[in-house]
Design a protein around this ligand. Structure first.
Ligand SMILES: [Cu+2]
Length: 69
């Protein structure tokens, strides 16, 4: 299971927006975001480029502090 630390999420809408951004990435599954922790967990069905994750999250308006996959 992989983990993403996301900065800038402040409410449920942020969680939904970030989840949606991650769902657009092929290979990411079972995306679950914990708002209090600022943490997204996922499983990979194929290798995903961390840069792509950063790009999608940044476009959605948040910041990726780290990706652990
Ligand atoms: Cu929000």
């Amino acid at each position: 299971m992989g983990k993403i630390i996301i900065k800038g999420m402040s409410c449920r809408h942020c969680v939904m927006a970030a989840t949606k951004a991650l769902q657009e990435i092929e290979g990411l599954q079972d995306i679950d975001i914990n708002l209090e922790k600022g943490e997204a967990t996922f499983t990979e069905t194929q290798p995903v480029d961390p840069e792509l994750i950063k790009e999608k999250i940044t476009k959605a308006g948040y910041e990726v502090a780290s990706v652990v996959s």
